[in-house]
Design a protein around this ligand. Sequence first.
Ligand SMILES: Nc1ncnc2c1ncn2[C@@H]1O[C@H](COP(=O)(O)OP(=O)(O)OP(=O)(O)O)[C@@H](O)[C@H]1O
Ligand SMILES: [Mg+2]
Length: 271
Amino acid sequence: MAEVSITSLVKRYGDALAVDDLTLTAADGQFVSLLGPSGCGKSTTLKCIAGFEEITSGTIAFDGRDISGDLPEDRDIGMVFQSYALFPHMTVRGNLAFGLEMRRVGRAEMARRVDAALEMVQLVPYADRYPSELSGGQQQRVALVRALVIEPKILLLDEPLANLDAKLRDEMRTFIRDLQQRVGITTVYVTHDQSEAMTMSDRVVVMFAGRIAQAAPRARSTTVRQARRSRGSWAMPTSSGPCPRGRGGCALPRVRRWSRCRGWTRAARPA
Ligand SMILES: Nc1ncnc2c1ncn2[C@@H]1O[C@H](COP(=O)(O)OP(=O)(O)OP(=O)(O)O)[C@@H](O)[C@H]1O
Ligand SMILES: [Mg+2]
């Protein structure tokens, strides 16, 4: 698929600095999560990668080619926005088919992929409804499969599971991760949920005030799970669990303390 490499990215909105000299690489097929408090620049980073925001300075390259000047539609990206951004004048089926039509996928193949996507997110009965006739969680699922159904080179997901109930969120996590691994899509995933980031990602990057505060060592998720099983000390701090260094309370909302602690980094390193 594609390696995404961001070098010294700066994004300003007037005087406000949303992204401050961010350098990050997502290797080909890697699943990278961005974690961090509200307003730290996660969504802005995704929008810059997708081309929906013009960058102030720095470069964004796919497979070594600088695409900073390319239009969004030329970047082969699937994106789920925090605000869904469904086409309001199209039904659910129309929303899912749109990207495939743009890619000139044949009718039979398009119908097959749209039906499979609807089934996957349990929205078959809603296929002919318009977005305004759906709940927030249903809209979110449509947005998610709309990005996945085109099987893009790069997938950018901005809190795609935030409005789902716990059971559906669990199913969708597995679904996203399985699909990502099967197709090998390079994925940048924004979430506030630390355990979600840890179970799904190859790499977790913590942002604070537009910068990278900390990047967890690269580890395949299977290795992470194995490490968690085999080493009692492998305990990424969660809102309910203690920090392995014994300080406790390193939950995401207090990311400043968490990133200063660093105890989890050492404990997290797989044997
Ligand atoms: N269009 C805009 N104009 C001016 N400032 C903006 C704009 N979009 C974002 N910002 C500012 O840039 C900063 C980063 O915003 P961003 O949306 O990237 O945060 P975030 O990390 O995604 O937060 P959240 O977790 O709440 O979604 C914030 O301070 C925000 O107010
Ligand atoms: Mg955001």
